[in-house]
Design a protein around this ligand. Sequence first.
Ligand SMILES: *[C@@H]1O[C@H](CO)[C@@H](O)[C@H](O)[C@H]1NC(C)=O
Ligand SMILES: *[C@@H]1O[C@H](CO)[C@@H](O)[C@H](O)[C@H]1NC(C)=O
Ligand SMILES: *[C@@H]1O[C@H](CO)[C@@H](O)[C@H](O)[C@H]1NC(C)=O
Ligand SMILES: *[C@@H]1O[C@H](CO)[C@@H](O)[C@H](O)[C@H]1NC(C)=O
Ligand SMILES: *[C@@H]1O[C@H](CO)[C@@H](O)[C@H](O)[C@H]1NC(C)=O
Ligand SMILES: *[C@@H]1O[C@H](CO)[C@@H](O)[C@H](O)[C@H]1NC(C)=O
Length: 275
Amino acid sequence: MRNGAPIWFRGFCVFFSTNVWGLDKSGSSCINVTNNATALSTTWSWKANDTLVHAYPNINFNPIQHDPILISNLFSIDVKVSWSMRLKSSSMLSVFDTDGLAVVNAKTNVALDIFFDPEVEKAVNTTAPRYEVMVWIGKFGTILPIGASSTIRANRLHKQKIGKESFTLYQGPNDNGQYVFTWVAGSNKTYFEGDVSPLVHYLWRHGMILAANYIGVIQFGTEQKHAMSNVTFSVDRFALDATRGVPKEAAGLTRASPKREILYALIVVTLFRLM
Ligand SMILES: *[C@@H]1O[C@H](CO)[C@@H](O)[C@H](O)[C@H]1NC(C)=O
Ligand SMILES: *[C@@H]1O[C@H](CO)[C@@H](O)[C@H](O)[C@H]1NC(C)=O
Ligand SMILES: *[C@@H]1O[C@H](CO)[C@@H](O)[C@H](O)[C@H]1NC(C)=O
Ligand SMILES: *[C@@H]1O[C@H](CO)[C@@H](O)[C@H](O)[C@H]1NC(C)=O
Ligand SMILES: *[C@@H]1O[C@H](CO)[C@@H](O)[C@H](O)[C@H]1NC(C)=O
Ligand SMILES: *[C@@H]1O[C@H](CO)[C@@H](O)[C@H](O)[C@H]1NC(C)=O
């Protein structure tokens, strides 16, 4: 289908993009927009270069690109999606076909991709922003977020819940010099509904980024690295929205306890007296 053709959906302007940015000769990726642009599927295979993201076909939330939102003024990023990942040839009705995907050595994820930058002009361009936040709600095969390694102790990593699902944070720079924060869900969420803004606010509340950054891009799709036969990822339903307002409290903020603050004050006073 056409790359980047704008389509309006339920009052929100989204456009669907094939986004085959790691094209090589080892496969193909095609998108199919159906049901009056309320559903999307992509069928793909990539037989070589299995560490390369060959494509990220996605549903792009257009309003944010026209009107970026400062993180300090971000109230919510509402997401509602249901999806499946199967072999194209599969007759299975289950939402994901674990055995089939393992046989073709599928390496892929299902993820939201959010970009932000202190400058508005850069925030709206996916290659220019300083920061990227990914939220993985599906993960198949040996695909790891940037910054993950076997030596990292899982219990040392930051965690934040959205509803009942716990997300774990990985971080590091990508090849394009952008700093990438990836929140990975503890399980494949083939139906996901929630406000993911706490995953962004967590970063500034913990001093990893400044609140004076504009969110300029929000996308939902699948990163395709490898599969020996055609895999079909289908999004049966989706809704995306982002709203302005005072950020919600309780986004994982760990304040020093009052007791500890009093202790620090006493130490400072004592040191001052000693000087
Ligand atoms: C793998 O990627 C390299 C570099 O992008 C490319 O030159 C090569 O053709 C790719 N391999 C195949 C089989 O497409
Ligand atoms: C696109 O999806 C529709 C509805 O599921 C299906 O009938 C059609 O064959 C698909 N087209 C391609 C090229 O896969
Ligand atoms: C398709 O979507 C558009 C925009 O939401 C709407 O105006 C139109 O009535 C829909 N068409 C059908 C056949 O549902
Ligand atoms: C996006 O930024 C890149 C540099 O990072 C630049 O080459 C490109 O022209 C920009 N695209 C648009 C549409 O401004
Ligand atoms: C998703 O399912 C695949 C295949 O069953 C499994 O390997 C993977 O660990 C699951 N992902 C998560 C995050 O649980
Ligand atoms: C995947 O499907 C496409 C389109 O139908 C086809 O051209 C391609 O050969 C298939 N790839 C594999 C590995 O079966």
